[in-house]
Write a protein that binds this ligand. Structure first.
Ligand SMILES: [Zn+2]
Ligand SMILES: [Zn+2]
Length: 174
């Protein structure tokens, strides 16, 4: 995604939020930057508090988010940052990752977890193999590398899905 696409996604989300929360939320015309040096976080909403009023400043995203992660993970980070924008403006303070923030996440239909749990599909930390259960379709495990023996064990019925108890598993290779 480029910054124009990110802005489009953000404002689309705000259109829905205006309906769901039934309140006037300003569309985002702030600078959006993709930052190569953003290290410990995938996204950041930068704001100031002046005389008890939250002044939105900028959104920053790590370039790695768009290079190495699935679109679902990219959207989750973008929505998460927009919820910071919506919640902090509403309360006119930094509500951080408190319950006020999480309530907003849930109301807007996004994951309220505060840690990024995306799965890299490219780059040095990428997983190459994903084990799926054919019984219930759930993803059971991911590996960066797998031996032939481990692969055989996985598909020969030695392992069981914890959710549905099926031992019919398959390996998807990326
Ligand atoms: Zn956050
Ligand atoms: Zn299963």
């Amino acid at each position: 995604m480029n910054t124009n696409e990110i802005r489009y996604v953000m404002n689309d989300f705000i259109t829905q939020a205006r309906i769901v929360l039934d309140r006037d939320i300003e569309y985002i015309y702030l600078p959006i930057t993709i930052n190569k040096r953003l290290k410990n976080t995938m996204g950041r909403f930068h704001f100031k508090v002046i005389n008890g009023i939250v002044i939105p400043m900028e959104f920053q995203f790590s370039d790695k988010l768009f290079l190495n992660y699935k679109i679902e993970d990219q959207l989750q980070v973008i929505y998460h940052e927009v919820v910071h924008y919506i919640a902090n403006i509403y309360y006119n303070k930094n509500v951080g990752h408190t319950e006020r923030f999480k309530v907003h996440c849930r109301a807007l239909g996004i994951d309220d977890s505060t840690h990024f749990n995306g799965v890299p599909i490219k780059g040095e930390n990428a997983y190459k193999y994903e084990i799926h259960c054919l019984g219930c379709g759930s993803s059971i495990a991911r590996y960066k590398r797998m031996s032939q023996v481990k692969k055989m064990d996985m598909i020969s019925g030695m392992y069981m899905c914890k959710k549905c108890k099926s031992n019919k598993l398959t390996i998807i290779e990326y």
